[in-house]
Design a protein around this ligand. Structure first.
Ligand SMILES: Nc1ncnc2c1ncn2[C@@H]1O[C@H](COP(=O)(O)OP(=O)(O)OP(=O)(O)O)[C@@H](O)[C@H]1O
Length: 337
């Protein structure tokens, strides 16, 4: 187990800088999720920690020691990839044992470590099978097993669940979380899926075009997004954004107002806003009301399924509680106060 520190990490490919300076001190045993849209630099950042990409500027420290110049094998990390990278001609046992064999560990120790990991991952019945004879979830577990047997100080995950169907993804997400808690290994996990980030992370790094827009605990980031990008990226359906000019807000510097769908409510008396119901969706436990607001902007309201749904095409009054809105300036930065 180890701490991981990134200090002003930058990365350029040729003349193009794609990571513009990332700072984070990761505690021993912490689960950090790097989340952001395609191309924002998540994988590149992870690969720099792994040693699979050089660091153009800044310092990576693992366990307090600078590792910029160290080979991946010397960094005491184990990586789980999206495609699992299993050897198709090898048994599950051999796939899990491979790294230890290469490292020259004695046979009895290899057998013991693989047995231990197989038990933990419920892979014991499958040790003699080939990867193609396994389900997607089982293959994913073998990839995890291969990482675990090395007893690394740090786990690095690059979209490890993206090849699984939605239901299995949810199940494996839980397994990874439980395993990480049990083993207490410091972990960095890349995903573009904000739900995965919310459910797995102790803290998440929300990346936007090569920058860390915000670093924080999931609920803190959800409740207090520091930029319009973070506010729009974290949360589903996303936060509503209303132009200050369309809703007569005259706070200096306020360009847009953000309000979460669950904070909007339908009211008859003294609405702050009026909107036309475009369509409604009853999703079971909750319902969504899609609205068109003055100035042509759209918004979504989320309410409990028990509440009456307005008629499509109706004009409705809308309100929210003071303090539920967040204001952003023209640059998309949160206005405080
Ligand atoms: N080897 C490379 N050479 C040149 N540019 C690269 C290279 N690898 C990545 N990039 C660029 O760096 C940026 C970040 O890429 P990266 O793969 O880290 O993004 P990502 O957030 O992981 O995206 P995705 O979710 O699509 O995998 C992109 O603009 C990409 O085109």
């Amino acid at each position: 187990m180890a701490t991981v520190s990134l200090s002003n990490i930058k990365k350029s490919f040729g003349r193009t800088e794609v990571i513009h300076g990332i700072d984070i001190d990761i505690e021993d045993g912490e689960f950090i999720v790097i989340v952001g849209p395609s191309g924002c630099g998540k994988s590149t950042l992870l690969r720099m920690v792994a040693g699979l990409e050089t660091v153009t500027e800044g310092e990576v420290r693992i366990g307090g020691k600078r590792v910029n110049e160290k080979e991946p094998m010397e960094r005491d990390i184990a990586m789980v990839f999206q495609n699992y990278a299993l050897y198709p001609h090898m048994s599950v046992f051999d796939n899990m044992a491979y790294g230890l064999k290469i490292a020259g560990r004695p046979k009895p120790e290899i057998a013991e470590r693989v047995a231990e990991a197989a038990k933990l991952l419920q892979l014991e019945p499958y040790l003699t099978r080939r990867p193609r004879e396994l389900s997607g979830g089982q293959r994913q577990r073998v990839a995890m097993g291969r990482a675990i047997v090395r007893k690394p100080s740090v786990f690095l995950f690059d979209e490890p669940l993206s090849n699984l169907d939605a239901k299995l993804r949810v199940q494996m997400r839980l397994e990874i979380k439980q395993l990480q808690r049990r083993l207490g290994v410091t972990s960095l996990y890349v995903t573009h899926d904000q739900v995965e980030a919310m459910t797995l992370a102790d803290r998440m790094i929300v990346m936007n075009a090569g920058r860390a827009d915000q670093i924080g605990a999931p609920l803190e980031v959800y409740a207090n997004p520091q930029t319009e990008f973070v506010a729009g990226f974290i949360g589903s359906p996303p936060m509503n954004f209303l132009s200050a000019s369309n809703i007569s807000i005259a706070i200096p510097g306020a360009h847009r107002l953000g309000i979460r769908p669950e904070h909007l409510r339908l009211v008859d008396a003294e609405p702050r806003l009026r909107g036309e119901v475009l369509y409604t969706e009853a999703l079971g436990a909750e319902s969504l009301v899609h609205l068109r607001l003055p100035g042509g902007e759209t918004a979504t309201l989320r309410q409990d399924a028990q509440q009456m749904l307005p008629r499509e095409g109706a004009m409705v009054g809308l309100d929210w509680s003071a303090g539920d809105e967040v204001l952003f300036n023209a640059e998309g930065q949160r206005l405080l106060g």
